[in-house]
Design a protein around this ligand. Structure first.
Ligand SMILES: [Zn+2]
Length: 407
C-alpha cells in the first residue's frame, strides 16, 4: 500500500516535468508576414508561449518547437463577423434540416466550425440561434476544433415587442449568455429591405444593450434603416445594400461599423438554388432579386470605399453551403470591388477585432496577442486566390493544420 502510494507520488512529482515538456515554446520562422495593421514583417521569428505571442523577432529559444513557414505568407487568424455557424443542409439535402434529430444538427454545426477554422478563420461571430451556445462553449473547452465563437443567440425583430419589451429581451439575452445582440431593422434584400423596426424600438434595443456593455449588430438594408440604427447608437450595420453617401458619411462620423457582404452569401444562394428554393422567402421572385443584388451590393461597396473614415468589417453572412469558403469575400472585394488588398486584410483582422472590442487580444501579430496565426501557400495580397490556400492554422497557440509545402 505504502509502496504503491510512493509510486503514485513519484509519478505525480514527474508530472510537472511532462507538462513543461508539452508547454515548450513554439517558434515560427517566417519570411513574409502581414501584422494585420498595415505593416509587413520580413525574415523574422514569432515566438509563442502557451496561447499567446511572446514576441515577434529575436532568437529562437533553445527548447522551442520550430515550424519553418518561410515558404508561406503569414497573417493573423482571419475573423468573420457574420457567420451563421449552425446553418446547414439537412438529411434531405435541403436548407433548414427538416425532420432532423438534434444530434445531427449539432454535428453539422461542428462540421461547419471545423471547415471554417481550416480555412484560416480563427474567430467568428454568429447572429445567431440558441444552439450556438453549446457549440461556442464546446469549442472554448477545447474538445472540438473550431473558431472562437461569439453569438447573439436568438435575434430580436420588430415583432419582438414594444420598446419596454425589447429592453427586457436584451437583458434576458445577456442572462442567457449572449455575447452581443442581433437586431433585424429591415426586410431582407429579397423583399426590398425597407425599415421594419421603428426608431423607438431601435433606440430601446441598442440603448439598453449599450448600458449593459453589449454590442449591437443590426440587419439594415435601406438607407433609412441604416440611418436610424446609426442614430440609435448601434454598433454595426449589416448588409446595407441601399445605403447612401449621406448615411455612409453619418456612419463614419459616428464610428458605426459597416459590414457589407458582397462575396459569398448571394453567390452561395445562387449556386445552391435548388437546396434553398421553396423554403421561407426563397422564392423564384426572391432569387430573381438576389441575381440583381450582386450588382447592387457591389456598387454600394464601391461607394462605401470612397468614405475613407468608414470602418468596414469583414462579415460574409455565411449560411448553409458557404462555411469553409469565408475567404471568397476577400477575393470579390479586391478583384471586383477594387479594395486595396492590404486594407481588405486589415478589415478581416484588426478592424473586425476592434469592432468586437477584442482589438487588444486578436486580429494582429504582436507580443501579448492570442497566437492566432495563419500561413498561406502563396501571397493573398499579390494573388487573391491564395486566400483559398490556408495551409497552416494556429489558434491560441495550438496548431490545427499544417500542410505547408515540404511537410
Ligand atoms: Zn445573416
Amino acid at each position: 500500500m505504502i509502496r504503491s502510494l510512493r509510486t503514485f507520488l513519484g509519478a505525480a512529482i514527474l508530472l510537472p516535468a511532462m507538462v513543461v515538456a508539452q508547454d515548450r515554446p513554439i517558434a515560427l520562422k517566417v519570411s513574409t508576414a502581414y501584422d494585420g495593421k498595415g505593416r509587413t514583417l520580413h525574415n523574422t521569428t514569432i515566438v509563442i508561449e502557451g496561447s499567446k505571442i511572446l514576441r515577434v523577432g529575436g532568437t529562437v529559444p533553445a527548447n522551442a518547437i520550430v515550424y519553418d513557414l518561410a515558404a508561406l505568407t503569414v497573417t493573423p487568424g482571419w475573423i468573420d463577423t457574420h457567420s451563421h455557424i449552425g446553418y446547414h443542409f439537412g438529411p434531405d439535402g435541403r436548407n433548414g434540416g427538416r425532420g432532423e434529430p438534434p444530434a445531427q444538427a449539432t454535428l453539422r454545426g461542428v462540421e461547419n466550425a471545423i471547415l471554417t477554422l481550416n480555412a484560416g478563420f480563427t474567430t467568428i461571430q454568429s447572429p445567431g440561434q440558441m444552439t450556438d451556445k453549446d457549440l461556442r462553449d464546446a469549442v472554448a473547452r477545447g474538445i472540438i476544433p473550431g473558431p472562437r465563437i461569439f453569438t447573439s443567440l436568438q435575434p430580436l425583430t420588430e415583432n419582438s415587442g414594444p420598446p419596454d419589451k425589447l429592453r427586457e429581451l436584451v437583458r434576458q439575452r445577456k442572462e442567457q449568455g449572449a455575447d452581443f445582440i442581433k437586431i433585424f431593422a429591415s426586410k431582407s434584400i429579397r423583399e426590398g429591405g425597407a425599415q421594419t423596426m421603428t426608431d423607438e424600438q431601435l433606440q430601446a434595443a441598442c440603448g439598453e444593450a449599450k448600458s449593459l456593455g453589449l454590442r449591437t449588430m443590426v440587419h439594415a438594408h435601406s438607407a433609412e434603416s441604416a440611418k436610424a440604427s446609426t442614430l440609435a447608437g448601434c454598433t454595426s450595420v449589416e448588409h446595407g445594400a441601399y445605403v447612401t453617401d449621406e448615411v455612409f458619411s453619418l456612419m463614419a462620423e459616428r464610428g458605426t461599423y459597416y459590414d457589407p457582404n458582397i462575396g459569398l452569401v448571394l453567390q452561395n444562394y445562387i449556386e445552391n438554388k435548388p437546396k434553398f428554393l421553396g423554403s421561407g422567402n426563397y422564392t423564384e421572385e426572391g432569387f430573381a432579386f438576389m441575381e440583381k443584388g450582386l450588382a447592387i451590393t457591389l456598387a454600394t461597396f464601391k461607394k462605401a470605399l470612397t468614405h475613407k473614415n468608414l470602418k468596414i468589417v469583414y462579415g460574409t453572412d455565411a449560411v448553409a453551403g458557404a462555411h469553409g469558403r469565408n475567404y471568397e469575400e476577400f477575393i470579390v472585394r479586391v478583384r471586383d470591388g477594387g479594395q486595396d488588398p492590404m486594407a481588405a486584410l486589415e478589415s478581416a483582422t484588426s478592424i473586425s477585432a476592434a469592432s468586437m472590442n477584442m482589438g487588444d487580444q486578436i486580429g494582429s501579430l504582436a507580443a501579448g496577442m492570442q497566437a492566432d496565426i495563419v500561413g498561406f501557400d502563396g501571397n493573398p495580397l499579390q494573388d487573391v486566390t491564395a486566400a483559398r490556400r490556408a495551409v497552416f492554422v494556429m489558434k491560441a497557440g495550438k496548431v490545427y493544420e499544417n500542410r505547408s509545402p515540404g511537410h
